[in-house]
Design a binder for this molecule. Structure first.
Ligand code: 13P
Length: 225
């Protein structure tokens, strides 16, 4: 079983959900869904629409995640969204994405968000782009989270958007004390073939290519082969 996580970032609106799902499901017809767990992380504003659309289609094998979470349970925190406000269908939380670290997300807040996620029975996907950031995650969480290595130079919208080499990913993996090891950075329907045969890569965090349901379906199909 591999994990395929779509990070839609700050993209898409209410009226995109239905057509995205229509095209996606049309294009994954016949695949073995026991081989891949698909997790969609839309912006907060689209979570309910996604929950409703997925339940109407009886495609509950797709799970839902969020791209960030408040480090506070609730209260006077303007602009924040906390666990108490999420529908129960949300099971995953991306934490510490490099695009948030650049905006000032620090290690203390990342560890607090991981702690709150676990307390609320959500699975954290903790992103890091250098091993120092990985080392700042408290050891107590190591066995309970997914770690996603996303080198800055590999993210399609930052740096040069150059997919990381297998050798470099393996070097990072050798320093990570977790079997839940995910790669992200310019993964698309073609490059995915470079990575799928690496047994230690348990899944993929996909930005740009997840916005296109046909490309994302093709990635799903290749992983499920
Ligand atoms: P791209 O797939 O667009 O390079 O984005 C990677 C990423 O940041 C996913 O979280």
């Amino acid at each position: 079983m591999k994990y395929l996580i779509a990070n839609w970032k700050q993209n898409k609106g209410l009226f995109d959900i239905s057509s995205w799902l229509d095209l996606y499901f049309d294009n994954i017809e016949g695949i073995d869904i026991s081989k891949v767990k698909v997790i969609i992380c839309p912006p907060f504003t689209l979570i309910n629409e996604l929950v409703v659309n997925l339940s109407q289609r009886d495609h509950l094998f797709i799970e839902i995640g969020v791209q960030n979470i408040s480090k506070y349970p609730s209260g006077p925190h303007t602009g924040e969204v906390g666990f108490e406000q999420l529908p129960e269908q949300v099971k995953w939380v991306i934490i510490g994405h490099s695009e948030r670290r650049i905006d000032g997300e620090d290690n203390e807040s990342i560890n607090e968000k991981i702690r709150l996620s676990l307390e609320n029975s959500k699975i954290p996907i903790v992103c890091f782009s250098e091993i120092d950031q990985y080392n700042e995650v408290s050891d107590e969480f190591s066995s309970q989270v997914f770690f996603a290595i996303e080198p800055l130079s590999a993210i399609s919208t930052m740096g040069v958007g150059k997919p990381e080499t297998i050798d470099n990913i393996k070097k990072v993996y050798d320093n990570v004390l977790s079997e839940n090891f995910i790669y992200g950075g310019s993964v698309d329907d073609k490059d995915i073939t470079n990575y799928i045969n690496e047994p230690y890569i348990k899944g993929f965090l996909v930005g740009g290519a997840s916005l296109d349901p046909i490309k994302f379906a093709e990635i799903t199909r290749k992983i499920a082969q």
